[in-house]
Design a protein around this ligand. Structure first.
Ligand code: GMT
Length: 376
């Protein structure tokens, strides 16, 4: 099939999922056209993968650049030129409405462009709840030829926040477990924890929803009981504030901010525990990536996190904001070798249930049914 993929090209989970899905489809022989404003960070060269940049003009009349319109025109252009069989848009805003508009423009010329919308989380749970977006998101979800959500929790949230009548299919996010290292590298461990301390790690885009401060609070409590270091990977609006707080605390020398990394798994695999303290998380791809490296997870029990991290198997969960419980959970996982080995094995086994091998056929089947049923 010739498939267009529209996504945010940044470090966020939706862009990562879209990119890895496209790469995997290309590997299976599909021809994939990424259409976005920048080269997706995880995109690699492949003979079946093409990238089309959406360039917004900086004409002085525009205080706000009309990205959605330029994206629509690009979709029409690519669809006509390469003969796309369908478009898969990741993140509803504004991708689903752009795809719908492109579909209508092509229909006026007697051409067909089915589109699938995948909801990733903040498009529904945060941004989507802004009433000013509601009519457009509801409309473009209703008009999508198929809608998927990355967890059961996100599906429930979608029906709660939007007056949606159509069906939403859950297709979870995935990892290619065999592509992740799952044995700690002694040199990396020595580098980050020279005294043999336990290494706790957090990866995110440091948005307020991640409650990054709770990671630090949980770590400070843990450090009262066992020697530990904390690695903070990623960057975003909260980083400066939280980094300043850390610098003022007496555990400053035990916390390192590493910034954005294109291959976080090279550090993750050498860590002992992953911490994710989010207010809400539709899925928690970062946690799944840690589990694919054999790293157990301590996280909040909100949104789709309980679907990803099985309590008592791949890690432990506790209520949002309860840093004492999170520190207790971290201590429980790390305090003795036998328990730790059990959680490590559990994390890896749980990650395997989300292996690409199990998820890719579900997207392919969905594409096939959409292409077979959608008319102009
Ligand atoms: O977490 C973010 O703020 C970024 C956002 C995105 O669109 O990249 O992540 C969302 O989608 C990911 C991929 O499906 C999920 O793993 C994240 O849980 C979800 N984030 C939230 O729900 C906060």
């Amino acid at each position: 099939m010739r498939i267009g993929i529209v996504c945010y090209p940044t470090f966020g989970g939706s862009g990562v999922v879209a990119t890895e899905l496209g790469m995997a489809l290309a590997e299976k022989g599909h021809i994939i056209h990424f259409i976005t404003y920048d080269q997706p960070v995880r995109l690699r060269d492949h003979p079946n993968v093409f990238y089309h940049e959406v360039r917004v003009s900086d004409y002085p009349l525009f205080d706000y650049q009309p990205y959605e319109l330029v994206l629509t025109s690009k979709l029409v252009d690519v669809a006509k030129f390469v003969g796309l069989d369908l478009v898969h848009v990741h993140y509803a805003i504004p991708h689903a409405s752009a795809a719908w508009m492109a579909q209508r423009i092509l229909a006026a010329e007697g051409k067909r462009l089915p589109f699938v919308t995948t909801l990733h989380g903040t498009d529904i749970t945060l941004v989507g709840r802004d009433p000013s977006f509601e009519p457009v998101i509801t409309f473009s979800m209703e008009r999508s030829d198929a809608v998927t959500a990355v967890s059961e929790s996100l599906k429930r949230d979608t029906y709660t926040h939007f007056p949606l009548k159509r069906d939403v299919q859950v297709i979870p996010n995935f990892v290619c477990v065999d592509h992740y290292p799952n044995v700690p590298d002694p040199a990396v461990r020595k580098h980050y924890a020279p005294q043999g301390e336990k290494i706790v790690v957090h990866v995110s885009n440091f948005r307020p929803v991640k409650r990054v401060e709770d990671v630090v609070a949980m770590f400070n409590l843990l450090r009262e009981r066992i020697p530990a270091r904390l690695l903070m990977i990623g960057d975003g609006p909260e980083r400066q504030r939280v980094e300043t707080l850390c610098r003022q605390s007496n555990s400053c020398h035990m916390i390192q901010f590493l910034g954005k990394m294109t291959r976080p798994e090279e550090v993750l695999a050498s860590c002992d525990l992953f911490a994710l303290t989010s207010e809400t998380e539709s899925f928690g791809l970062a946690a799944l990536e840690a589990m694919a490296c054999g790293v157990p997870v301590v996280c909040s029990d909100s949104g789709g996190l309980p679907e990803v991290n099985t309590h008592g198997v791949s890690g432990l969960l506790s209520p949002v904001g309860n840093v004492e419980a999170m520190a207790e959970n971290a201590w429980h996982i790390l305090h003795d070798e036998e328990t730790y080995k059990r959680f490590r094995a559990g994390a890896l086994a749980q990650a395997r249930t989300f292996d690409l091998e199990n998820v890719l056929p579900r997207y392919e089947a969905l594409y096939k049914s959409v292409v077979e049923t959608v008319k102009v």
